[in-house]
Ligand binder design. Structure first.
Ligand code: 13P
Ligand code: ZN
Ligand code: NA
Length: 283
């Protein structure tokens, strides 16, 4: 069945590798990611944003993820990504999500702490884990749109205070990554990550990992990142494959004929990221 990702993340931090956390949007993308995890023999985190929960339904997501995890034979967690609505978090926990991210990064610190604590009580009562974010990532994901000027980096001292005051299971850090594609080479603040990792022993999460050079991802992992979030690169692979198939065969109407290659394309991207993260062969 679906697992709480806490242990896999703690083990990854200890072992100096990272778990890939992949945003899925439907049956095919969920299957693609889990097939990649099976092929890689890697633990995996499936994640869905509030927008995806509204599109698919929390119960459908849990049902699909459960079936996939039973078939997989590798640990599979289901995580709610970037949620700020407490009611939606409650509904997803009720439905069977094994992890949630409370994104209070828009709130003043005291309010972020208070709301995060509230979410922890709800989640831990259900045996689920809680990720929270300190600092603010730039870029765009679903309804979450933060322009560069609004983005700000995680402060290492604040991270100590925040993790101590809340009791979260993992911490998402802002060190210069952004959601979506990058215009130009992203400049990451590795020294800041090193300073955070030296003070915070919890699993650290890298958002916005699509579009980063492999070397940058590897360096982040060496410095303490143990969950790597990938959304955009899967979406690009899916859309590119669908476009190519339908352009080459405009008469094609059988969904299986255009989804099968698209699912393979998504799987290939996920597999590459699992290997990059060092998660392959950990099961
Ligand atoms: P990307 O869209 O850059 O892959 O970011 C994913 C992410 O952080 C999901 O929370
Ligand atoms: Zn994110
Ligand atoms: Na990105």
């Amino acid at each position: 069945d679906l697992v709480n990702p806490r242990d896999m993340l703690v083990e990854a931090r200890r072992g100096g590798y990272a778990i890939g956390a992949f945003n899925i949007h439907n049956l095919e993308t969920l299957q693609a990611v889990v097939e990649a995890a099976v092929e890689a023999a890697a633990p995996v985190i499936l994640q869905a944003t509030p927008g995806t929960v509204k599109y698919v339904g929390a119960d459908y997501l849990v049902a699909m993820a459960r079936v996939a995890s039973r078939r997989a034979g590798v640990p599979v967690a289901l995580h709610l990504d970037h949620a700020s609505d407490i009611d939606l978090i409650g509904a997803c926990l009720e439905a069977g999500f094994t992890s949630v991210m409370f994104d209070g990064s828009t709130l003043p610190l005291e309010e972020n702490i208070a709301s995060t604590r509230q979410v922890i009580v709800m989640a831990h009562a259900k045996g689920a884990a809680v990720e929270a974010e300190l600092g603010r990532l730039g870029g765009r994901e679903d309804d979450l749109d933060v322009d560069e000027a609004m983005a700000n980096y995680t402060d290492p001292e604040e991270a100590v205070l925040f993790t101590g005051a809340t009791g979260i299971d993992s911490l998402a850090v802002a060190i210069g990554t952004a959601h979506g594609v990058y215009r130009g080479e992203p400049r990451l603040d590795f020294d800041r990550l090193k300073a955070i990792a030296a003070r915070v022993s919890l699993p650290l999460v890298l958002h916005g990992a699509s579009g980063l050079p492999d070397a940058a991802v590897a360096r982040c992992i060496a410095l303490g990142i143990c969950k790597v979030n990938i959304a955009t690169e899967l979406k690009l692979a899916l859309a590119a494959s669908l476009r190519a198939t339908l352009a080459a065969r405009p008469e094609e109407t059988d969904p299986r004929h255009y989804f099968a290659p698209a699912r393979r394309a998504v799987k290939d991207v996920a597999l590459g990221k699992m290997r990059l993260c060092g998660a392959a062969g950990r099961v």
